[in-house]
Each structure stands twice: as C-alpha cells, then as structure tokens.
Design a protein around this ligand. Structure first.
Ligand SMILES: Cc1cc2nc3c(=O)[nH]c(=O)nc-3n(C[C@H](O)[C@H](O)[C@H](O)COP(=O)(O)O)c2cc1C
Length: 182
C-alpha cells in the first residue's frame, strides 16, 4: 500500500551526513511506491512553543506565524514520520526540537494526525553507541506517547565532517530501510 511519508530533517547543513541519510532513505521509499515529502526543519524558521494554548484559534496551527504553519498540515496528512537528524548535545538539534515542541498544537487543536508509524535516522561524531541513548529514549517516549509504531532506528556513529558518512554503510542501510517500508 502506498503511504505518505514525511521526512523531517534536523541539520542546518545541506548535503551533510544526516541529509544524505534522509535522501538515501527517500530513494528507497520512493522505489517502494510511497509518496515522500522532505521538510528541512533545520533550514526553516520555527520558534519555540510559547504555551499560550491558542493553537488553531486563528485558523493556522500556531498564532505566532512561522514556518511551523507549513509543517502542521503535512503532519496532519502523513502516515509515517521519519526523523533524520544529527545528534546535538546528546539530543535533537534545537531547530528540530522546536518543530517537535510545536506538535503540541495538534493536541491542543484536537487535530487528528494520520501518523501511525515512525523511524529515527541519526548520526553523530561519537564512537560510542551508548551516547545515542538520550536521543533514542526521547524519540521512543515521543513515539509511545503519540501511539506511533517505532519501525526502526538507524544510528550512525563516527561521522563528523560533511561527507564522512560516504565512508560508511549508512546510506546503503538507509536506502534498504526505505525500500522495506510497507
Ligand atoms: C552544536 C553541535 C552539537 C553537537 N553535539 C554532539 C554530541 O552531543 N555528540 C556527538 O557525538 N556529536 C555531536 N555533534 C557532532 C554532529 O552530530 C556530527 O558532526 C554530525 O555528523 C553532523 O551531522 P550533519 O552533517 O547532518 O549536520 C554536534 C555538532 C554540533 C554542531
């Protein structure tokens, strides 16, 4: 069955390691027949949630107009959410975290998101798999709270500079993961 897949990227580096992972995943998922939207949260202007609870009261998701208002409809209409991100300080980059924080609007606004499944693609400079624990736990708790079925984690250590990921098997794995989406 063809699904709508929203790939939310977290890096401000276009062509960086996680961006290449996202593109490899997208290549596979497209070949599997899915419809993909890539949303580069790291390149957008999304401010932190102000907890005003006035979400959707003026039509758009957030009363403080920023790029989240173009992301919210995609969140409402997608079946699968893929987070493709570098790890920053053992967690999500602020730009991506701001987008995730503002998902709050969909709860407050009583909007039904179609998202039922999620995937985490993450990379970092560390050589230690355990350094991903905080990021992964946060992702898992969000997925569980949102009742998304966690389909997979792809965690790639030891990549720092742009292009380092080309010397690993991460892109092959990301493409295979995309291809495996049913
Ligand atoms: C602000 C900042 C914080 C970072 N924090 C971590 C970290 O906590 N652990 C780590 O292993 N790498 C950390 N890194 C390194 C990145 O995760 C790494 O360079 C990654 O490959 C960047 O991916 P990108 O090319 O997709 O942006 C950090 C990089 C930046 C710029």
């Amino acid at each position: 069955m063809s699904k709508k897949v929203l790939v939310l990227t977290g890096s401000p580096r276009k062509g960086g390691n996680s961006d290449l992972m996202a593109d490899a995943f997208i290549k596979g998922a497209r070949a599997a027949g899915h419809t993909i939207t890539k949303y580069e949260a790291g390149l957008k202007k999304i401010n932190g949630c102000k907890a005003c609870n006035r979400c959707y009261s003026k039509g758009a998701a957030c009363v403080f107009e920023d790029d989240f208002n173009t992301l919210a409809p995609l969140m409402e209409q997608s079946d699968i959410l893929v987070l493709a991100t570098p790890m920053y300080w053992f967690s999500f980059p602020a730009q991506l975290k701001a987008a995730l924080d503002k998902m709050y609007a969909l709860l407050i606004g009583g909007r039904q998101s179609r998202i039922k499944e999620s995937i985490l693609l993450a990379c970092a400079e560390t050589e230690e798999e355990a350094d991903f624990d905080g990021l992964v736990k946060t992702y898992e708790l969000i997925a569980s709270y949102q009742k998304w079925m966690d389909l997979a984690h792809l965690l790639i250590p030891s990549v720092a500079e742009k292009g380092d990921i080309l010397h690993t098997d991460a892109l092959k794995k990301a493409e295979e993961l995309g291809l495996s989406v049913r």
